[in-house]
Design a protein around this ligand. Structure first.
Ligand code: HDE
Length: 714
């Protein structure tokens, strides 16, 4: 059969011709959805000036009806999200491992859209919930769309997709009273977790500082499952995907997270938006851990088990390219809300493994888009469209956009010249990896999935002292919120399998003894095993400690850090100017916080624009504080209790504080317990991130350090 040039079923009028991109407020006339120009948008059609509105008013009805239907169902999980456009570029060809076209040419930029999300909360919930963050990347490659739908943690709660609805039901607000919103600190979640020992490694991550990131720009991403790379010779290797942020991994503290949730629930969304607007484009390197097929069974854990990571000490992460986010969406709904990810959207050169969690996801994502976006044509929504041509015989359905201009919608055909044709592998046609399968049909789990504790131990042992303290506090907080003593106690029993000291410290905070650990009820026991006799399998951790698991070892930079400058009328010009310009030169984002909005006048009469007043902002929204000198300025702050609260919080949250001259008086009036007049020498204060009359460079170094955990809290 000859390929016909004339007839290609997918050839449609261009999107531009259909004028779907519309701007309001650009001088065009206001119209109805049918293009009818509207003469009066202020008054409905009435029977007389004071009379009833007439049913005839089709303009009113169209407007209100559209409004009534403006909402679509939110995502069942990951409802709260923020996204941005950007591009990906590979550093060098990955030909040796994969034939994926977007991983071949370092000169090629592949467009991407990334959506970050929390998991449990509703669309309007706070950004700072203690939760996993979604990190989903859509690559619009020349060979079709590739979605890398990952999280900011490298492992997951469960090993098999069949348990996902149970997990989500347990963590979502409780069904009788719909409480609590966007929080795991409640009975149903911990009831499930305490009965699910395989979740213990993930629990360590979720109770760690990773679950309360400082910024979406400062968190890692992981593909979680083991995937396959396939090269041109059809050779396969296993691959784990990582995203490494160039700004390092940074978090806030829990008390701060809770205050931010009230002061600015859009904290992460705003941070991402503002930084992209001001040209601080967030960047991540794509890393891969590659395992040859022959090494599949050489680890003490199973590569198919999504509750395990491969320690970087065993298989290093090779950084192969860079992701840059450089454009905010035009329209949140059209792009961030309507984007539809699916781990099954892959391209030649990438394939799945038999990870039972991944396998279940392959079914779920199309299904969810059908109910969320309402049509099998969700791929035609502009943000979901493939940049490579789409030619197939799928037709019709709700909200179909494509106007197919051919007579044929079946294959094979002769009437349409045989179009569209199947592509051979050499023509870019996708072929599944020909993995050998020879097995019995059973519901069971491999014994290689049974060790639920050794990597939880590895994670805990890899944390620094402050990180361990945060983790213990998080567990104490979460379990402290439970109504059921039984669940609390069962959970403590589980923690003893991770670390007895950890369990002891949490128990002390809860005011109960550590119970004798019971055998965990384990739903992964095969049919022939007896759950009553089950003892936890705890292999030796593959390595004792892993450096990559502690965020203490991360990159530290002052770039894009938000620094509050406390300055009001009468501020000292010299110190104010030098610190502010040094911060700007270092790429930080200083903001002047005064006791009123508008402008302030310095001691020498300079007029300074105020960014926020003490009333409109809060210490928790900044990374560091600078208290500028100037007698009049400080005297005026001393009369404002909010300024002292500003310093108290920065101190309590371990943030760098820099003070000049008269500013010391304000600092001394705060509740900070390390003060210059308390026999604290300046070197000790400096170690604790309190800089008195230091130069700007030293302050900038302290800003880059992010937090000073050795500070005395009293
Ligand atoms: Fe998802 N997940 N998931 N998930 N997931 C969804 O798809 C699901 C899992 C992840 O920004 C849903 O479009 C099942 C792991 C992200 O739009 C839904 C299972 C990982 C996002 C769904 C998992 C993820 C989702 C809800 C267990 C990390 C947000 C709305 C088998 C590797 C994507 C939607 C976005 C979203 C199902 C487990 C990541 C219902 C059944 C593991 C980042 O289809």
């Amino acid at each position: 059969m000859k390929k016909s040039k004339k007839t290609s079923p997918g050839k449609n009028p261009k999107i531009e011709d259909l004028k779907v991109n519309s701007k309001s407020g650009n001088g065009e006339f206001l119209t109805t959805n049918q293009g009818l120009r509207i003469n009066d948008n202020q008054n409905s059609l009435k029977a007389g000036e004071r009379g009833a509105t007439l049913l005839e008013d089709f303009i009113l009805r169209e407007k209100i009806t559209h409004f009534d239907h403006e909402r679509i169902p939110e995502r069942i999980v990951h409802a709260r999200g923020s996204g941005a456009h950007g591009y990906f570029q590979v550093y060098e060809s990955m030909k040796k491992y994969t034939k994926a076209s977007f991983l071949q040419n370092p000169k090629e930029k592949t467009p991407v859209f990334v959506r970050f999300s929390t998991v449990a909360g509703s669309r309007g919930s706070t950004d700072l919930a203690r939760d996993v963050r979604g990190f989903a990347v859509k690559f619009y490659t020349k060979e079709g769309v590739f979605d890398l739908v990952g999280n900011n943690m490298p492992v997951f709660f469960i090993q098999d997709a069949i348990k996902f609805p149970d997990l989500v039901h347990a963590v979502k607000p409780e069904p009788d009273n719909e409480m609590p919103q966007a929080a795991s600190a409640h009975d149903t979640f911990w009831d499930f977790i305490s009965l699910m020992p395989e979740s213990m490694h993930m629990i360590m991550w979720v109770m760690s500082d990773r679950a309360i990131p400082r910024s979406l720009r400062m968190m890692e991403g992981f593909g979680v499952h083991t995937f396959r790379f396939i090269n041109e010779n059809n050779k396969s290797v296993f691959v784990k995907f990582h995203w490494k942020p160039l700004l390092g991994v940074h978090s806030v503290v829990w008390d701060e997270a809770q205050i931010i949730s009230g002061k600015d629930p859009d904290f992460h969304r705003r941070d991402l938006w503002e930084n992209i607007e001001s040209g601080n484009y967030p960047e991540w390197e794509l890393g891969v851990q590659i395992v040859e097929e022959k090494d599949e069974h050489k680890f003490s854990f199973d590569l198919l088990d999504p509750t395990k990571l491969i320690p970087e000490e065993l298989v290093p992460v090779k950084r192969i390219g860079k992701l840059t986010l450089n454009k905010n969406p035009y329209n949140f709904f059209a792009e961030t809300e309507q984007i539809a990810f699916h781990p099954g959207h892959i391209v030649p050169g990438i394939d799945f493994t038999n990870d039972p969690l991944l396998q279940g996801r392959l079914f779920s994502y199309t299904d969810t888009q059908l109910s969320r976006l309402g049509s099998p044509n969700f791929h035609e929504i502009p943000i979901n469209r493939s940049l490579s041509p789409v030619n197939n015989n799928q037709r019709d359905g709700h909200m179909r956009q494509t106007i197919n201009i051919d007579k044929t919608s079946y294959d094979p055909n002769t009437i349409g010249g045989g179009c569209p044709f199947q592509a051979k592998a050499a023509e870019g046609g996708f072929t599944s990896y020909t993995e050998r399968i020879d097995a019995k049909k059973i519901r069971a789990r491999s014994k290689s999935f049974f060790d639920h504790f050794s990597q939880a131990k590895l994670f805990y042992n890899s944390q620094s002292k402050p990180e361990k303290e945060h983790l213990i506090n998080a567990l104490t907080f979460e379990l402290g919120k439970l109504k059921s003593d039984e669940i609390r106690s069962r959970m403590l029993g589980r923690l003893t399998f991770v670390d007895t000291d950890l369990a002891r410290q949490v128990a002390a905070g809860l005011g109960i003894p550590v119970p004798k650990p019971e055998s965990p009820v384990n739903h992964s026991i095969p049919a022939d095993g007896n759950p009553q006799n089950y003892q936890p399998v705890i292999a030796n951790p593959p390595v004792e400690k892993s450096k990559a698991l502690s965020i203490e070892n991360t990159i530290r930079k002052s770039e894009t850090r938000k620094v509050a400058i406390l300055a009001t009328d009468g501020v000292d010009d010299k110190t104010f100017n030098s610190v502010r310009s040094a911060l700007l030169n270092a790429g930080a984002t200083p903001a002047v916080i005064a006791n009123h909005l508008g402008t302030i006048v310095s001691s020498k009469g300079m007029s300074i624009k105020v960014d926020e007043s003490l009333l409109t902002t809060s210490s928790v929204l900044f990374d560091a504080v600078y208290i500028a000198g100037g007698k009049e300025s400080i005297d005026s702050f001393l009369k404002a209790p909010e300024s002292l609260e500003f310093i108290n919080q920065a101190y309590k949250h371990f943030k760098p504080i820099c003070i000049n001259n008269e500013g010391i008086e304000l600092y001394n009036a705060s509740d900070a317990c390390q003060k210059p007049n308390d026999n604290n020498d300046h070197a000790k204060l400096e170690e604790a991130g309190i800089l008195i009359n230091k130069n700007s460079e030293e302050f900038i170094d302290a800003v880059a350090k992010h937090r000073f955990w050795n500070r005395k809290i009293c």
